[in-house]
Design a protein around this ligand. Structure first.
Ligand SMILES: [Zn+2]
Length: 357
């Protein structure tokens, strides 16, 4: 674990440097470009202190390569335990952000007074729980915390998802591709690349005329974000066993030869009846039907469910929000015209093409 953490840390340092400068702006420095996003202000009813603590939880998690669902579990847990405040005390000998107890082996009171330490301890225990990625939030949080009121965690799922979404937009982009990531920011037209990864298969190519989207070759667990603000209009697992016509399920990867369908996927309807679709997610999406999402809000993570030969995001743009074939657009010019061009394969390091549908 320590070695893995060290490797991840070195990679993160090589990839990007974060600087909190004097004016309170977080500067994100990538190779050849720099962008600036606001430092944590209050968000909604949350104070700057609470948002800062949530940001620490998200940063510690991303340094450990915890997938988005894990960040949501951690933030929801801290909301329940402390209201995202670094409390000096609590029930019995509980302390701090996650109300961990020195007497239960979590650390010394001095260590536990550090929110980053508590977040690290939370994640260290979370990742030892078999199958936590697919557990309901209550079960995963309870397995770590062993609370007297385990049912209380789940009520914070939506709030934690929104906070993580907000904060993920201010943090470094998902790692796993290369260190030379250009700065990703929301365009003046309100669009952003859903993942930052090279195009490994294009729209309705000669070889794949029925391919109604583009495939972006991102690593498994890469955060997929909403390309623009809108309303979630569909969240579904669509994976069928070609041989039998029965459900293949999305609890496991699909196959390029045996599985049909988009896997775990999300549709978002944007103003003007534009719809974007995000396929093959690794685990249940972080959003639900009817939910308003902001541009850049996390939707889920890259995976290989449904008709797929390896982790990637299959991304579609529809003008008519339905399946009329002429209403499906090539996402490449669409995204370029909206100020958020997708990355061409040649622009980046060569990647193994792992994509189907
Ligand atoms: Zn595809």
């Amino acid at each position: 674990m320590e070695l893995r953490h060290a490797i991840v840390t070195v990679m993160a340092v090589l990839a990007l440097a974060y600087v909190l400068n004097q004016s309170g702006q977080t500067a994100l420095t990538g190779a050849g470009s720099t962008c600036t996003v606001p430092a944590a202000p209050g968000v909604g009813d949350w104070t700057a202190e609470q948002v800062t603590n949530a940001q620490i939880i998200v940063e510690v998690g991303r340094d450990r390569r915890i997938p988005p669902w894990g960040l949501v579990i951690a933030v929801a847990t801290a909301i329940q335990e402390s209201g995202l405040r670094n409390l000096p005390g609590g029930d019995r000998d509980s302390i701090g952000l996650f109300q961990q107890r020195p007497s239960q082996g979590w650390g010394t009171p001095t260590q536990l007074s550090d929110p980053a330490y508590q977040a690290g301890m939370f994640y260290a225990k979370l990742v030892t729980i078999d199958g936590w990625q697919r557990m309901p939030l209550t079960d995963a949080a309870q397995a770590v915390q062993i609370s007297a009121y385990p049912q209380a965690y789940a009520q914070h799922t939506d709030t934690a998802t929104r906070l993580v979404g907000y904060l993920a937009g201010t943090l470094h982009p998902p790692t796993g591709t290369s260190g030379a990531l250009p700065c990703r920011a929301v365009s003046t037209m309100g669009w952003i690349q859903p993942v930052q990864a090279p195009i490994v298969s294009g729209f309705r190519t000669a070889e794949r005329p029925g391919h109604d989207g583009v495939d972006l070759g991102a690593a498994r667990h890469t955060l997929i974000v909403a390309a623009a603000a809108g309303t979630v209009s569909r969240v579904r697992c669509n994976a069928t066993d070609i041989r039998t016509g029965t459900d293949w399920g999305c609890h496991r990867d699909g196959s390029p030869t045996l599985t049909r369908g988009c896997g775990w996927y999300v549709d978002i309807t944007h103003p003007g009846n534009v719809m974007t679709r995000y396929c093959h997610m690794n685990s249940p999406p972080l959003v639900s039907v009817g939910e308003q999402v902001a541009v850049g809000q996390p939707l889920g993570e890259v995976g290989s469910t449904g008709h797929s030969s390896g982790p990637h995001l299959h991304f579609e743009v529809h003008l008519t929000a339905d399946k009329i074939s002429t209403g499906i657009l090539d996402p490449i010019p669409w995204m370029a015209a909206h100020g958020a061009p997708l990355q061409q394969a040649g622009q980046h390091q060569k990647q193994q093409s792992a994509s189907e549908d």
